[in-house]
Design a protein around this ligand. Structure first.
Ligand SMILES: [Ca+2]
Ligand SMILES: [Ca+2]
Ligand SMILES: [Ca+2]
Length: 226
């Protein structure tokens, strides 16, 4: 587990790509509206608030996790969608699922679920926004908005990805003149670039975020042990 992800798994190249592309497009769209985030520091200041509200997602997670095994599988997600009256095909659920399941496990863990919720927030589909309301995401929307705005802030050229240079630039703006800032930027970037392909997607950004705010520490079955 952890560090080295092969990248040659057949699942990597296929169905998730469509949704990834959709997400990048959604991000580019969103970027046109601009961002109120002025510095990376101001994002860090918001960590406690973000942390608290992400923890509220736990309640929702538990509702979805019918057999309480700590993971939401495709069946459980499907049931939940049915309960909410959302029309969705098996393929759509599979796409959504694979876009979030960064570990390529069978089920979505809690932090992957947050990525999922944020995706649901971001994708501007009428059916999805209806679902959002019924899922009781209303109170979480300011948090998701902060996360989206933070990403838009980092993505200077608005192409839907954060590059290493963009990350270094963002950190530099905050800690102007400090010699260590470049190194911090690189370090943050490497924490985010999960698949080591040189760019950070919104999904990778969110995933890193749940680590930074310490959500991961809640349950102690560490994924990173090699
Ligand atoms: Ca389950
Ligand atoms: Ca970019
Ligand atoms: Ca990446």
């Amino acid at each position: 587990m952890g560090g080295v992800i092969g990248g040659d798994s057949p699942r990597n190249s296929s169905p998730a790509t469509k949704l990834e592309r959709k997400m990048v497009e959604a991000m580019q769209q969103r970027a046109l509206k601009g961002t109120s985030v002025k510095s990376f520091n101001s994002v860090i200041m918001k960590f406690p608030k973000i942390d608290e509200s992400l923890r509220n997602c736990r309640t929702i997670f538990q509702q979805f996790d019918e057999d309480s095994n700590g993971e939401i599988d495709q069946q459980e997600l499907k049931h939940c969608f049915q309960k909410l009256g959302i029309e969705s095909t098996d393929d759509e659920i599979k796409d959504l699922f694979e876009a979030c399941d960064i570990y390529e496990h069978m089920g979505m863990k809690f932090n992957e679920f947050i990525v999922f919720l944020c995706l649901v927030y971001l994708l501007n589909d009428p059916a999805v926004s209806e679902a959002r309301k019924r899922m009781g995401l209303g109170s979480l929307e300011p948090t998701f908005e902060t996360l989206v705005e933070s990403f838009v802030f980092l993505d200077k050229n608005k192409d839907g990805y954060v590059s290493k240079n963009e990350m270094i630039q963002a950190i530099n703006e905050t800690t102007a003149g400090e010699r260590s800032s470049g190194r911090i930027g690189v370090k943050r970037f490497e924490e985010m670039d999960w698949d080591k392909n040189g760019t950070v997607t919104f999904k990778e950004f969110l995933f890193a975020f749940t680590r930074w705010v310490g959500i991961d520490n809640e349950d102690d079955d560490e994924e990173d042990n090699e």
